[in-house]
Design a protein around this ligand. Structure first.
Ligand SMILES: Cc1ncc(COP(=O)(O)O)c(C=O)c1O
Length: 310
């Protein structure tokens, strides 16, 4: 449905890296689609399939005011001919509150705005049972596409990479993408995850995603041995950023023509560049997974008054 062949592999040409024989590739999942961009179709693909197999009317999912996942779900469902329902965090919001929600509404997403307290309860069984009662024929997908189907969609990313590499880097939110990548690693390859939340227990979250996967415990132990968490690049927490990060995103764009966002991929690429300063990376090849998120840039530009792209 969405053309995965658009996700090419670009090499970042940087004198500091090439003088040390380091190759940095970017898997351009951001090019898959403007709205169903980055890891979004990866996570939705098997959820959509599940929805269709079970003859559901559409997908019901959750997200905040600027959620990339909410917009991607609205856009994908619209393109495929499914209905979509968004449960949105914040009962002060409405369908006109910002560009993301406006676009979700244009794409036909029915939105229900709930308070932050209610939203916090949304993973609870009784809350979900009430929703299933209100929207009886919908396939329910957790916030951020964080379920088994999301994870196995993300596992496919590494299969498309035709160069040899030593490590893969990715931004981490719900951990679904990093769980999928961990499943797709070959022997000797490592995963570096960059959480964008402060005080986040990545390993615990990842275990929750793996919980219902039926994957053997021994395999999981082995896989977690290949995982590295770079915890110092959240810039104060989810949605937080500073001038240094915005300047970094701008200068990366001017040098390499690749747009990053200040919520996820900018933080992760900042981490990559810092990490690669270590001599242990000399002669190695690494892949950065561009997980999209560019639709969120406009609101940060408006708020900060800093223009990241021309
Ligand atoms: C642009 C972008 N990058 C990275 C992530 C993090 O992915 P995950 O939630 O699978 O850890 C998200 C959130 O889904 C995202 O929107």
């Amino acid at each position: 449905m969405f053309d995965l062949s658009k996700s090419v592999l670009d090499e970042v040409i940087d004198g500091n890296l090439s003088s040390r024989d380091i190759h940095l590739f970017v898997k351009r999942d951001d090019l898959i689609h403007t709205e169903v961009s980055g890891n979004k179709w990866r996570k939705l693909k098997y959820n959509v399939q599940q929805c269709q197999t079970n003859k559901k009317e559409g997908i019901l999912t959750f997200g905040g005011a600027f959620s990339n996942h909410l917009l991607a779900t609205a856009s994908a469902c619209h393109a495929i001919g499914l209905k979509s329902v968004g449960i949105v965090r914040g009962d002060e919001l409405n369908a006109q509150s910002n560009n993301t929600l406006q676009r979700c509404s244009e794409l036909g997403m029915e939105m229900k705005f709930i308070s932050r307290e209610e939203y916090r309860m949304s993973p609870d069984k009784s809350f979900l049972a009430d929703l299933a009662h209100e929207f009886p024929n919908f396939h329910i997908v957790p916030e951020g596409g964080a379920n088994y189907y999301g994870m196995i969609g993300c596992q496919e990313i590494l299969r498309e990479i035709e160069v040899d590499f030593d490590a893969v880097f990715v931004a981490q939110g719900t951990t679904t993408t990093s769980c999928g990548l961990l499943m797709g690693l070959k022997e000797e390859q490592e995963l570096f995850a960059v959480p964008v939340l402060k005080g986040f227990d990545s390993v615990k979250e990842m275990h929750t995603i793996f919980e219902y996967s039926g994957i053997e415990k021994e395999w999981l132990e082995d896989a977690f041995g290949k995982l590295n968490i770079l915890n110092e690049f959240h810039f104060g927490g989810y949605g937080k950023y500073n001038d240094e990060l915005l300047q970094f995103i701008r200068s990366f764009y001017l040098k390499h023509g690749i747009k990053l966002d200040p919520i996820y991929t900018g933080k992760a690429m900042f981490a990559v560049m810092k990490e690669l300063e270590d001599e242990k990376w000399n002669g190695k090849s690494v892949v950065f997974i561009h997980t999209g998120g560019i639709q969120g840039v406009q609101s940060v530009e408006e708020k900060s008054g800093f223009k990241m792209f021309d």
